[in-house]
Design a protein around this ligand. Sequence first.
Ligand SMILES: NC(=O)C1=CN([C@@H]2O[C@H](COP(=O)(O)OP(=O)(O)OC[C@H]3O[C@@H](n4cnc5c(N)ncnc54)[C@H](OP(=O)(O)O)[C@@H]3O)[C@@H](O)[C@H]2O)C=CC1
Ligand SMILES: O=C(O)[C@H](O)COP(=O)(O)O
Length: 496
Amino acid sequence: MAGSDIFAEIIDGDVFNYYSDGQWNKSSSGKYVPIINPTTRKVHFKVQACTQEEVNKVIESAKTAQKLWAKTPLWKRAELLHKAAAILKEHKAPIAECLVKEIAKPAKDAVTEVVRSGDLVSYCAEEGVRVLGEGKFLVSDSFPGNDRTKYCLTSKIPLGVVLAIPPFNYPVNLAVSKIAPALISGNSIVLKPPTQGAVAALHMVHCFHLAGFPKGLISCVTGKGSEIGDFLTMHPGVNCISFTGGDTGIAISKKSAMIPLQMELGGKDACIVLEDADLDLVAANIVKGGFSYSGQRCTAVKVALVMESVADILVKKINDKVAKLTVGPPEDDNDITPVVTESSANYIEGLVMDAKKKGATFCQEYRREGNLIWPLLLDNVRPDMRIAWEEPFGPVLPVIRINSVEEGIQHCNASNFGLQGCVFTKDINKAMLISDAMETGTVQINSAPARGPDHFPFQGLKDSGIGSQGITNSINMMTKIKTTVINLPTPSYSMG
Ligand SMILES: NC(=O)C1=CN([C@@H]2O[C@H](COP(=O)(O)OP(=O)(O)OC[C@H]3O[C@@H](n4cnc5c(N)ncnc54)[C@H](OP(=O)(O)O)[C@@H]3O)[C@@H](O)[C@H]2O)C=CC1
Ligand SMILES: O=C(O)[C@H](O)COP(=O)(O)O
């Protein structure tokens, strides 16, 4: 039950407090932000609407706490992260329940997200000890014209205050994917969770609180991104922004100061299917990849580019699987659950109606009840249809029939997005050529796109992002290089 037992202290009446200076606080704004349950479309939770003054205080505390944290031994940082991971996994049930109520994540997937997050935190602790526990030692005489009179010591040092902004679809996992690398690297963290997903995030933050991290090192401010977002991202006290979400990230990148940015944004992940593909494997991956969490994943299959000669057979196989998908509330572990907001459902409907008007083949009747949209495969989609290019973030998947691989690659590369893609073929040589030709951060061969496992590098090209995620790359991105040069009066060469 949200806000009960060990989590009782994070709620005040029926409003969840925000976290700063090692305690749970009520905002002086006297206002709260309602969180609408996508299934009931009624207010389910309330969180504090923090003020700009409270953001200023949080960032000041983060700056102070970070100076002390940077002097904390790596092993100690790792030890606290392991503790937080254990507490997170021990209390997965109430946190998962928040995900079910706030973002309509199917119950089993919700538990998986929390366990995966605990595993990410622990892996990050170990990786940080390795990556940050070593530096580089350079000698001057490796460069022409120099004797060995200079020793150069290089190491990775923290950036300072990291602002973490995760999206609604993984409010716990995509929060810890920023928090853990920031902390192991010696940074402090200010978290601004998505409004829908905020209570799950607050519960997660409490697990870090219970682990015993120093006061002020971790803060979590709640409030609508449209209200306090710009104040946070443009704040002079912020030294790094790690953001996952939509076009908002592009706007942030234009407003932020000259600081490191890590952005993981939208995607239009294309699935290219060749004539020799295993069509049963393709159908299974397109259904899982396109409809998991109702398509609300940046790595969801967003367009299938299928060779005409196998399209009829494949579409039939996909439709047979779509017919078996369960549809309903997340509490019953349905495959397809309500999308996160009414506006999201309206956007998806707009794309469907556009496709209908322009003559796409509807493999199922379009059906919607509130935020719940039944899975829909659109065949014979053409490039003049919006859904050929836009990201529904919903359970609607377009099939474009192609007559050559080049046509598929051309469509994929014409997109503004460049997150992931996948190709199905038995010819590994062809697969490698196609992977090299696709302008995306990752190409999956014979499987649907996916960010996990979380230690793999994960990056978007073009409008899909800036920099690279994945545990090691996130740790490195949240550090900067410091060098110290020892100058000797005369050359010295260590003898064998
Ligand atoms: N790449 C990915 O993994 C994801 C991509 N998306 C894409 O984004 C679209 C919208 O999803 P959504 O989650 O609403 O994405 P948004 O980009 O709107 O929100 C992502 C995060 O940014 C916050 N935010 C909103 N406005 C600002 C601002 N001005 N400054 C700082 N932070 C802000 C949000 O807070 P708040 O919730 O309070 O608005 C949320 O925490 C999806 O349809 C999908 O296309 C979405 C999720 C994940
Ligand atoms: O933002 C997203 O949608 C996630 O990065 C997708 O993660 P997944 O591929 O592990 O579901």
